[in-house]
Design a protein around this ligand. Structure first.
Ligand code: PEP
Length: 251
């Protein structure tokens, strides 16, 4: 049985004080939940302080991005070691906003995933099609290409540490959610491709999260799908009550 993972992507929202306040509220609201994994991903500047707030609780800390080099002359970038020293165990990679606004490619996401694994961070690798691609009947093909490209050359047990997040771009921040049937179709396909590349045993173990306007009122149905193992939540993760409800109703 795969344990559900509910992850909050705070994006470029909340300064340090606001992040600490939200984290404190979440610690209170979510304590005692042990049947699901919980992850929050604040901005870089808030990581250290939030890490102090959630230390020893059931909430893990992730970053929203990292660079694919260990150190050096890469002004403005951040390394996996820096994230670990700030308390992170996870890192989101290849979010569609990174792919679309900052031109990240599968090759870059792949380099990042390989380095994250080498450095002991758990990568949450995001993939998903745009509306035009979906309407052109290309959704499954796009997702397959992104999956294969982003997970290239990951060998051995490392693949079991990877978390995949399927996030249809047209459903992110739009209020439009994939129906549970639409989402499950793609999740099942991702697991099949994963099985082709990494074997059926591994495919049964890895977690595939859904992301795209997950809210308290659609969480239960989405999370109830066979191949959906949790959610990556943007907007609703900024509100403690909504995030709490999404987690509590997920089964
Ligand atoms: C996201 O940022 O990954 C996301 C899914 O955002 P939202 O929940 O706001 O659609």
């Amino acid at each position: 049985m795969r344990k559900l993972l509910l992850a909050g992507n705070w994006k470029m929202n909340k300064n340090v004080a606001e992040s600490v306040e939200l984290a404190q509220t979440l610690v209170e609201k979510l304590k005692g939940i042990t049947d699901k994994d919980i992850l929050i991903c604040p901005t870089f500047t808030a990581l250290s302080e939030v890490s102090k707030v959630i230390k020893g609780t059931n909430i893990a800390l992730g970053a929203q991005n990292m660079y694919f080099e260990k150190n050096g002359a890469f002004t403005g970038e951040i390394s996996p070691d820096m994230l670990k020293s700030a308390g992170c165990s996870h890192v989101i990679l290849g979010h569609s906003e990174r792919r679309q606004i900052f031109n990240e490619t599968d090759e870059m996401v792949n380099k990042k995933a390989l380095l994250a694994l080498e450095e002991g961070l758990i990568p949450v690798v995001c993939i998903g099609e745009t509306l035009e691609q979906r309407e052109a009947g290309e959704a499954l093909g796009v997702v397959e290409t992104q999956l294969r490209g982003s997970l290239n050359n990951i060998v051995g047990d490392d693949i079991l540490k990877v978390i995949v997040a399927y996030e249809p771009v047209w459903a992110i921040g739009t209020g439009k959610t994939a129906t549970p049937v639409e989402a499950e179709e793609v999740h099942a396909y991702i697991r099949k491709i994963f099985s082709d590349i990494f074997g059926s045993k591994n495919a049964e173990i890895i977690r595939i999260l859904y992301g795209g306007s997950v809210k308290p009122d659609n969480s239960a149905e989405l999370m109830g799908q066979k191949d959906i193992d949790g959610a990556l939540i943007g907007g609703a993760a900024l509100k403690a009550e909504a995030f709490e409800q999404i987690i509590k109703v997920a089964k």
